[in-house]
Design a protein around this ligand. Sequence first.
Ligand code: NAG
Ligand code: NAG
Ligand code: NAG
Ligand code: NAG
Ligand code: NAG
Ligand code: NAG
Ligand code: NAG
Ligand code: NAG
Ligand code: NAG
Ligand code: NAG
Ligand code: NAG
Ligand code: NAG
Length: 800
Amino acid sequence: MLSTPLCLPFFFLCLKTTFASSLRASSFSTTRLCSHEEAAALLQFKTFFSINYTVCYTNYSRTESWKEGIDCCSWDGVSCDNVTGHVIALDLSFDCLSGTFPSNSTLFLLKNLESLNLASNDFRLSKIPPEISQFTRLKHLDISDSQFSGQVPAEIAHLPKLVSLNLSDLFTSDSDKLILETTTLRNLVQNLSEVREIVLSGVNMASVDPCFFMNLSSSLTTLHLLGCQFRGNFPNSIFCLPNLNRFCLSGNRNLTIDLPSSNWSSPLQRLYLYDMHCGRRLRESIGDLKSLQSLTLGCNLEGSIPASIGNLSQLTYLSLSYNNLSGQISSSLANLTQLTSVDLSNNQFSGPIPASIDNNLSLRMNVTANFTLPKLTDVSFSSCNLSEFPNFIRHSNGLQSLVLSKNSIHGNIPEWICEKDDLQILDLSHNNLIGKIPNCLPKSLSVLNLQANYFDGNIPFGFPEGCGLRNLNLHGNQMDGLLPRCLVNCSMLEVLDIGNNSIEDTFPHWLESLPELQVLVLRSNKFHGFVQSTKESPSFLRLRVLDLSNNDFLGPLPVRYIENFKAMMDLYRDEGSPEYMNVGSYQYSLVVTWKGAERELQKILTVFSSIHLSNNKFEGEIPDVMGKLSSLKGLNLSHNNLIGHIPPSLRNLTNLEWLDLSSNELAGKIPDELVSLTQLSVLNLSNNHLVRRIPQGNQFNTFGNDSYEGNPGLCGIPLSKSCDGNGTQSSSFQEKDELWRFGWRVVVLGYGCGVVFGLLMGYLVFRTGKPKWFVSLFDGRPSQSGRKMRKAKRLVQRRR
Ligand SMILES: *[C@@H]1O[C@H](CO)[C@@H](O)[C@H](O)[C@H]1NC(C)=O
Ligand SMILES: *[C@@H]1O[C@H](CO)[C@@H](O)[C@H](O)[C@H]1NC(C)=O
Ligand SMILES: *[C@@H]1O[C@H](CO)[C@@H](O)[C@H](O)[C@H]1NC(C)=O
Ligand SMILES: *[C@@H]1O[C@H](CO)[C@@H](O)[C@H](O)[C@H]1NC(C)=O
Ligand SMILES: *[C@@H]1O[C@H](CO)[C@@H](O)[C@H](O)[C@H]1NC(C)=O
Ligand SMILES: *[C@@H]1O[C@H](CO)[C@@H](O)[C@H](O)[C@H]1NC(C)=O
Ligand SMILES: *[C@@H]1O[C@H](CO)[C@@H](O)[C@H](O)[C@H]1NC(C)=O
Ligand SMILES: *[C@@H]1O[C@H](CO)[C@@H](O)[C@H](O)[C@H]1NC(C)=O
Ligand SMILES: *[C@@H]1O[C@H](CO)[C@@H](O)[C@H](O)[C@H]1NC(C)=O
Ligand SMILES: *[C@@H]1O[C@H](CO)[C@@H](O)[C@H](O)[C@H]1NC(C)=O
Ligand SMILES: *[C@@H]1O[C@H](CO)[C@@H](O)[C@H](O)[C@H]1NC(C)=O
Ligand SMILES: *[C@@H]1O[C@H](CO)[C@@H](O)[C@H](O)[C@H]1NC(C)=O
């Protein structure tokens, strides 16, 4: 478990009191504390919702304990006043309730309610009923992530006793988000004089002038406004609120908050300002925030890290990634002895290499030889211009995650890495490292990413029984020899990428028993021979990405395997948002060939699926059974010796966006059935022996000449050669524009402070400069919020 600090709600409503039941016991179960009216109101309320456990991944709804004839104060989720018997608190969070929330709901009869928690249910985009103002005694209201929609009613400001308000709405699509208008916000701010916690993350406040937040109650301790679509300037007087200790304004890309140059009087413990702007420089005054425990600043800061950062002695989490910070990395970081996680990636640090003492390692960090950060567990110095391993890493005990990718570190992997017994994640990708990969790497590793270096020699043979490796990425090195058979000991292996090396071996059919293997990339090596299953039993059941291109494989396409690629057949059966592959907050990346070019996927969605078998010597026909792999996004069989017809069964690949069958010996007509591939944006059938009229309609109206060239027998649009005989005439050549080509759907749905799993609906995110998605935002474990969070957790657990 990576120990990173959490952005957890610091206060927890303890709604289930045991008092009522003990009182009942002492009065021989005859006293009904709960009035008939309130019991009836609750029962009636319950009838509005259905519960379908297969959808929400919980196996128990508290409302199941609600039965007539039993004192309602003893029902799960219900708490009563121990004197009057009135229901005062209702907790139905994560309760799998589904249905429209009626505005005449009998719930509003519970006039004494002080606490209402309906978080993470599915109210099917209902409006928040204005009747909510009937709960005049309400202190705690949490209806977060419950699929409410539309405008937040003005009546929300008529709850003067409110102490905590959570309307967070991170998981609905942009068009369905709750909307909060200026007047409502102004009244809210004026009227809620007792409020301590306000969570409005994801609520659309595009029309709100952020200056209204100037007048917030001085009792405020928590303000979360993640991704609220603000524009303009947020008043920095917020930093004067005398009790504010958690503040999150991340993900408001068009918003600026000027960090004060002095007078940060708030006792801030957690501050998140990410994917937004916060003035030019990080000033020395940051050192005034002595209570800070978690600091995330990624807001286009320039200049150097002020030395005063060393004053933040309580700091356990520090992320300054994605700024334009330059100069030397401040040595005062050495004073942060409580730090467990530091991320300085993606800045422009540079400067002379300061003196160093230990082992003649020259350092970019001006720290003394035996300076240690005893608690440091997670280090990310990705894209930091490092040319050496930072020395302090050597001295940090308990290191769990070391990410030094995208620097220009040269030399060998230092042997002391082998002594880091707790290391789970080692990512040294994109550096200039040379030599052999040591055989002694820590057994604790889950992720070993050495992609894009200059390692040579054999892949180490030291994968012992019980090996816990989940992601082994050696892509783009100069390794040779055999693929070590002992890899089968790594029974949790999900990703194996040894592409672009010089491995000389036969197809590793012995990997077929690995139950978790999802991504297998052997491209551009010296693999040879037949690709054949040796087992009768199912194999590669979870494989989604198979890349064998640019090798010397021969013989027929591996029908037996294809028949068993179950994962490629039903990736979409599971409803809900797709998730990314990850270990803790570390996201897997992967180089794929996509639409002809090599690209690095910054994240691998669990629904991404492709097969690349190009540039081998496969022969024979394309088997019909290929049509069963309906989840495939990309299929490349080009540059082989395939013969026969294109099987019409390919029409079943309804998710296919990219199909390349070029440079084979395929003959016959292009099946008209392929017109039903409405996702297809790239088609390459060139250099075959295809004949007759090109199918028309749908995506086929968008492909140009180059999709078909080198097939002298083809005719019809878009070729200039019109069809004769039975084909329809078409003499005018029309170059189709590319209007219909599908772009990458990359839609940021929501991201939360304290939420590890980002939910992006697009299935691919390429590295295009500054990513939209920042893991460091979510410094820690998943919060308990959101059904999707829980689903994600479940998926992770299932994978383990
Ligand atoms: C529950 O949801 C699943 C998936 O949407 C659906 O197939 C099933 O019919 C539902 N069950 C009930 C009882 O509504
Ligand atoms: C629900 O799941 C939990 C843990 O997975 C289990 O302990 C409990 O017995 C289950 N309850 C029901 C009603 O199935
Ligand atoms: C009722 O409960 C409250 C707290 O919930 C407690 O402070 C109070 O003492 C209880 N009253 C009696 C009569 O036990
Ligand atoms: C609420 O209103 C709907 C129609 O708008 C009606 O069918 C329903 O009976 C009402 N429920 C109650 C409890 O009054
Ligand atoms: C404040 O609350 C009171 C009572 O709940 C209500 O009457 C009043 O209209 C509210 N003020 C504003 C500005 O909304
Ligand atoms: C909503 O916010 C409140 C106040 O910060 C917090 O206590 C609660 O846990 C949050 N709800 C969820 C589901 O995270
Ligand atoms: C930021 O502003 C630009 C230009 O006004 C607008 O197109 C964009 O949608 C805004 N982005 C957000 C997240 O509000
Ligand atoms: C860091 O610690 C050293 C030694 O304890 C001290 O001299 C120095 O002033 C500190 N620097 C900062 C910025 O706190
Ligand atoms: C680095 O350390 C050396 C020796 O301790 C010292 O002379 C120098 O001033 C330091 N440089 C910086 C930038 O702190
Ligand atoms: C650190 O350095 C000090 C003084 O240079 C020395 O006394 C101490 O033993 C060293 N500690 C370690 C762990 O090397
Ligand atoms: C393709 O789909 C059709 C109908 O959906 C089905 O009958 C056929 O068996 C499928 N073919 C393959 C190869 O899966
Ligand atoms: C044209 O169609 C006729 C019958 O419809 C058929 O006999 C003939 O073979 C076809 N010609 C070509 C070139 O396909």
